[in-house]
Ligand binder design. Structure first.
Ligand code: SF4
Length: 99
């Protein structure tokens, strides 16, 4: 663990030492009908964990909830309300060790 001259760790180092206990059931729901017609798919760009992908073969937006950082960006940035997001059940999700 590196502490830099400014007294802080880099964000990627902080994330690397977090642990995630993921639930089988996704806490992120995608509205297929809304997302298939989305022109921007801004969630793919905005998610800091890069969990969203668009499958051109099936025409579906998919999300890998198991790496979610619980920042809520995808829910806020989707102006079409195609994403329903809630915190994982108690005992699941990300555990931040250094804030
Ligand atoms: Fe990605 Fe944040 Fe949405 Fe999780 S809450 S899927 S990390 S944008």
């Amino acid at each position: 663990m590196a502490i830099y001259a400014d007294g802080f760790m880099k964000i990627k180092e902080k994330i690397a030492i977090c642990s995630i206990k993921h639930h089988e059931q996704s806490h992120i729901k995608i509205n297929v009908d809304i997302c298939k017609n989305c022109q921007t798919r801004i969630c793919i760009i905005a998610c800091p964990a890069h969990l969203y992908t668009f499958e051109s073969e099936t025409g579906k937006l998919i999300v890998d909830h198991t790496g979610c950082l619980e920042c809520g960006t995808c829910m806020i940035i989707c102006s079409s309300k195609g994403i329903t997001w809630k915190y994982p059940e108690a005992g699941y999700g990300i555990y931040y060790r250094y804030g």
